[in-house]
Design a protein around this ligand. Sequence first.
Ligand code: FES
Length: 120
Amino acid sequence: MTEVVRVPLGDPAGRERWTVTHEDRSYLVLDLGDRLVVTDALCPHKQNPLAAGLVRDGCLVCPGHWYAFDLATGACRNAAETPLPLHPVVAEGEMLYAEVKVEPELSWSERLRAYARGSS
Ligand code: FES
């Protein structure tokens, strides 16, 4: 069952982009002026750091191989099978959080059963 984890984003004042680390995972936060976008810090293609990417035409362009990810939908304009996960931002009091869906770690026997069922 998928779990939702709240990741504190810190204070966005004066910052256009920053990374946060929570429970061994890093996230990139982009302040687009009218909204914050939160995604994983590493590119879903080959794991290059997205913090060095360019924001252009509503997309985040990865410096690794120049894939462009739509910042409204996460869709990749170069490879549809490689979407960028976008995590919703919620406010609680003065604090901002990203809500990140986390899949539970499966044991080997659970992985093998899932593989045998064809659901992995
Ligand atoms: S690592 Fe990002 S496009 Fe290849």
